[in-house]
Each structure stands twice: as C-alpha cells, then as structure tokens.
Design a binder for this molecule. Structure first.
Ligand code: ADP
Length: 478
C-alpha cells in the first residue's frame, strides 16, 4: 500500500484547525468512512492479516487526528480568549477613572468572556460598609446573600439554583429558574478584597469554573495593585505638600530672623539713645536739682526698659535651644498687680479704651513677677496692635476651679481666622491681614507667652473670630 494514502489527513487536520474538534472529527469520520469499502471486504476475504490491521488503523486515524487536533485548537483558542479577557480586565482596572466605573468595565468583560447572565463585582471587606466600589454601581451586600457569605467566609459558593438554595436569600431582580450561581472571593494571598458573583441561566460550559477562578485571582491582584498605586500617589502627594509647607516655613523663618535683627537693634537703640542723651545733659550742663531728678527718673525708667528687653532676649534665646524660662516665684496679689500694669499701659495708649474687672474673690498666686509682666505686656500690646480701629480692651481675672486663676484679655480687633489659630503660638508665625500689614512684629511674643505660662504649670487658650476680635485666656495654678 502506498504511504500517499495518508494524504487525506491533510484536509482533516485543516478542518480541525479551522473549525475545532467538531469539524475535525466530522471530516475525519467521513475520511474513515470512505475507506470502509477498501478495508472491510479485505478482512472478510483474508481475515485479520497484517495488511488488514494496517487498513483498520488508517480507518480510525482520520477521526482521531481530527478530534485531537480540533481539541488542541479549541483549548488554545480558549486560552487565548482568557488571556485577552485578563488583559482587558487589567486595562480596565488601570484606567484613570473612579473605582465603580473601572469595575463596571471589568464586569462587562467578564460577562462577555464567561457568557454569564449577570455579573457583580464588589470591592471592599465586610468591615468597609458601604463597599469601596462595585459593579453595578451602588450595589450593597444583602445580609444572608451568597455574596455576603462568600465574603465573610472567604470561600467560593456554587449553587445549581440560587432561587431554591435554602442557604441564601436571593438578591437582585426576579429571573427564570434555574439561576446557576458561582461566587468567588477575590483573594491574592493577602486577604479577601471583594467578591466576584456570576449568574447563568441554563447550562454552563465546561471549564467555566476554572476560568472564573482565574479571573477572580487576577481581579484580586489588579485591585491590590490599584490600591497600592493609589496609596503611593496619595503618599507622594502628601510628601510634596509637606515639603512645600516646610520650604515655605523655612522661608518665613529666614525672613523673620532678618526682621528680628532689625527690630531688636531698633528696640535697643531707643532706650540707649535716651540714656546717652540724659546722662550727657547731666554731665555737661549745670541742671537745677528738680530737673536733674526728672532726668534721673527718665534714666531709671529707660534702664529698666532696657533690662526688660534684655531679659526678653534671654528668654527667647533659651526658648530657641529648648530650655524653659528661669522663674523666681514670689507671692503676688494678682488683682493689684494687673491693675497697676494696666494703668501704666493705658496711659501710653490713648487710642483705646481699657476696662478691668475682678470677677469674685481672687486668691494670691505664687509666680514670677517679671514673667507675669511680660505675659500681660505681650497680650495687651497684641490687643492694641491688632485693633487698628481702636475699640475696647477688656481685662478680667477670676478664680477658676481646682486651684486655678484665669486672666482674660479681650479685644475688638481684626481677630484670627480659625485655620490659623493653631499656628499663632509657633515661633516666627505672623498671620497676614490687610488691616494690620504695617504692624511691626516678630511672631515671637505669643510663643514666649506660652513658654512663660507653661513654665508656671499653666496654659493659654484663645478664642477668636476673623473681623470680630479675640479672647486670650491665661490659666495659672495658684
Ligand atoms: P507679633 O505680634 O510680634 O507678630 P505674636 O507671637 O505676638 O507676634 O503674635 C503672632 C501673630 O498672632 C500675630 O502676628 C498676629 O497675626 C496674631 N495675633 C496675636 N494676637 C492677636 C490679637 N489679639 N488679635 C489678632 N491677631 C493676633
């Protein structure tokens, strides 16, 4: 027999590669069938000789080749289809769109790929109610549903008919029975990140479960990746904001330090000039005794002022290296002390009205007199500086609960916007305001006040509204 008789395998293989197992098998059967008249009579004639066996083999060969080649072709097509679907799913997940939109795209691909009647994708764990994202959008996990069970137990659910499955309540619109259901937890190894729910009406093609499991695994990986990317982006954004804020702050501090030098030299120069002038007058001229006494009082006052500035600078330098101010505590009659200070202050600020009230009996406190003066001076001068249109500055003191006293300085000035309040006690912080743009300052007063108050074991609180005024409360232990 000529080996050329096997040439009929070529169209069989071609049919299998073009049309799959069914077409290959059919053409193979036909090819085998055509050989029956050649093989069977020969067996009848001569029995099962070597040539007859060879004939039988060539009879069976075409359908076998057709089916096997066709099955291989079907399998590789299915695999290519699954790969394309997975790629499409990854593309959907990687899109720049809100999560529900991306999941909607994924659900459409899965529906097509697995020929399902309905597909639901839900991202989020049971702890994250409502879900982080779902397709269809806004889907909720119905308690007692198969999806809820799968998400809670991290196990797949297979049901021949969801409608008559006693384990679950049925979610979604009514549909003809049987509703075959397959629900898979999406888990890439780091815990369940959601569920993939599939529903079919009628029979399901072989291999669908495996393909669905593969898709659920890819979805879990994709969701994890998307989450990681989102977290990374958020982190990068936050980092950028922090770097920008730190740079801004450094610039502010740099600018404030230059201004600090110029203000400090000005502050020191003013009393020094006065001291120099009066001392020179006393030295070079014959001054009558009462004028000389007046000059000496000026010299004394300016020397004290200089002393206060130097003490303040020392406090600031201690604050700069993180050391709390040095205190010399002594018993102080707060009411009398504040009243005296306020009187002096009011005398040199005629543009504002000042009021002073002691609310109830005040206990004597143990505090550092100079420190207390500096706290009051700073709060009063801020109340005046930041009330450019004048108005009333109300100062009050009262005994608070648990051995505390409260000293309150209230003004009707420009106030402080709520978002800036937490910053005002930081060093070198000044809040921009058109009305007070020309006010000189270093942004150090309140940080010094806070340090002094805290060194006494007290605290400072502020209540303020932009445009309405501010209330500073110093609370000190008795
Ligand atoms: P300075 O007054 O030298 O700028 P401070 O540390 O005393 O520094 O105050 C910090 C900032 O807080 C001020 O620049 C101002 O913007 C705001 N501030 C302080 N006190 C008041 C107040 N009574 N009313 C409105 N704003 C205030």
């Amino acid at each position: 027999m000529s080996p050329l008789r096997h040439l009929y395998l070529i169209p069989v293989a071609w049919a299998a590669l073009r049309g799959g197992a069914r077409a290959g098998g059919l053409l193979g059967l036909m090819a085998g069938f055509f050989q029956v008249p050649l093989v069977l009579p020969a067996i009848e004639r001569a029995g099962l000789t070597g040539a007859a066996v060879e004939g039988l083999v060539s009879l069976a060969l075409p359908p076998a080749v057709g089916v096997i080649a066709g099955m291989l072709r079907d399998e590789s097509r299915a695999r290519a289809g699954r790969l394309a679907a997975l790629l499409e799913i990854e593309q959907c997940l990687a899109r720049e769109a809100p999560l529900p939109v991306r999941l909607d795209g994924v659900a459409a691909v899965v529906r097509r790929g697995l020929k399902a009647a309905r597909v639901g994708v839900l991202v989020g764990t049971t702890g994250e109610a409502p879900a982080l994202g779902s397709a269809p959008p806004g889907a909720r996990l119905a308690p007692g549903s198969a999806a809820d069970w799968s998400l809670t137990t991290a196990r797949p659910v297979r049901s021949a008919d969801l409608a008559s499955d006693a384990r679950f309540t049925l979610a979604g619109p009514a549909a003809p029975s049987p509703r075959r259901g397959l629900i898979l937890p999406m888990d890439a190894g780091a815990g369940t990140v959601g569920v993939l729910a599939l529903e079919w009406q009628g029979e399901v093609a072989a291999g669908t479960d495996a393909a669905a499991a593969e898709i659920a695994l890819h979805l879990a990986l994709g969701v994890e990746n998307a989450r990681l990317t989102m977290r990374q982006r958020r982190f990068a954004g936050e980092l950028e904001d922090k770097v920008a804020a730190a740079t801004r702050r450094l610039r502010e501090i740099d600018q404030a330090k230059s201004e600090f030098l110029s203000v400090v030299s000005h502050e020191l120069r003013t009393p020094l000039t006065a001291l120099e002038g009066f001392a020179e007058l006393l030295l070079t001229r014959a001054v009558p005794p009462e004028r000389a006494a007046r000059f000496l009082r000026h010299i004394h006052a300016e020397a004290r002022r200089l002393g206060r500035i130097v003490a303040e600078l020392l406090d600031l330098s201690r604050l700069e290296v993180g050391v709390s101010p040095d205190l010399k505590r002594e018993p102080i009659d707060l009411a009398a002390h504040v009243e005296r200070q306020l009187e002096l202050f009011a005398g040199v600020h005629p543009g504002h009205r000042f009021s002073w009230k002691v609310e109830g009996p005040l206990p004597a406190i143990r505090a550092d007199r100079d420190a207390l003066d500096r706290v009051l001076q700073n709060l009063l001068s801020n109340a005046v500086k930041y009330s450019p249109r004048g108005g009333e500055v109300r100062v009050a003191a009262r005994a608070a609960a648990d051995g505390l006293v409260e000293l309150r300085v209230e003004d009707e000035g420009v106030g402080i916007p709520a978002r800036d309040i937490p910053r005002i006690f930081d060093k070198y912080v000044r809040i921009a305001n058109q009305e007070t743009a020309s006010v000189r300052g270093l942004g150090l007063g309140l940080s010094l006040v806070r340090a002094l108050v805290e060194a006494h074991g007290g605290r400072i609180e502020v209540e303020s509204e932009a445009g309405k005024g501010s209330i500073f409360r110093v609370i000190l232990p008795v």
